[in-house]
Design a protein around this ligand. Sequence first.
Ligand SMILES: C[S@@+](CC[C@H](N)C(=O)[O-])C[C@H]1O[C@@H](n2cnc3c(N)ncnc32)[C@H](O)[C@@H]1O
Length: 253
Amino acid sequence: MSQTLLSQVHWILKRTLQRLLTPRQYQLFELWRLKKRVQIDDKECFKQLSAEVVDEIKKTQEFSQKHLTGSIPTKRDAYRTYVGGDIGHTWMEMFTFELLLTHTSMERIIELGTWRGHFSTYLATWSYLNKMEFITVEKYAEVISPRALKLLNRMHATVIIEDIFSPWLIQKIGSIIQKPGITLLICDNGNKPRELALYAPYLKTGDLVMVDDWGTEALPEVVKPITEELNLIPYFEAVMELAPTGQRCFIRQ
Ligand SMILES: C[S@@+](CC[C@H](N)C(=O)[O-])C[C@H]1O[C@@H](n2cnc3c(N)ncnc32)[C@H](O)[C@@H]1O
């Protein structure tokens, strides 16, 4: 059976199950499916990723350090573009997003902090091609590139212009997270620990949350009490450390 046919069958099965089961039953089913994936997070992570992937990370890192340092002033010595548009992530971070998304099936991605919207077009493309939902939130409409916005609309992405700390938005996003299926929430705004504390309580078992600017703005000692209270455990940690990236991902247990 071809990959496309397989993914269509998989999608139809998923939709049918969602209709037949209650949200709670579906959540338990997703959790059961997750068991395999959760193992990827333990210290043995790289035994599960092929040696080729690890090698690729190292080569990209070496290349980035050797050739890109100084040519463009960035925090982590790597370019920050996607299809030529400026993004708030380095190539290494894009690489880990690609790995994370490839290794984890999910139903939707919610990005808090759109900025130019070029990175959003990457996430929206992923979502479009994999029949997922994509939502991005930005307070200042004028920072979003009109072209990126046009593309986002074409890919059926939802772009919300609102302050992420506004109570109605927290409730709205909370209710979207509560829908059946795994959500990846990306906290990439002005105050990551605050975003995490406000939005992560809505995460269901098996949902993921990614925190940007780890160690610089999202300080481990500030984030730890939140992750402990909400039972959020590190996910894909070894990949993010090795890459290295300024991100951390957690899975709700
Ligand atoms: C780091 S940038 C996002 C980068 C983007 N995710 C990317 O990868 O290219 C943070 C964005 O959050 C927006 N922002 C800051 N405070 C906000 C708030 N309270 N509500 C919504 N957006 C906010 C800023 O205007 C900025 O565009």
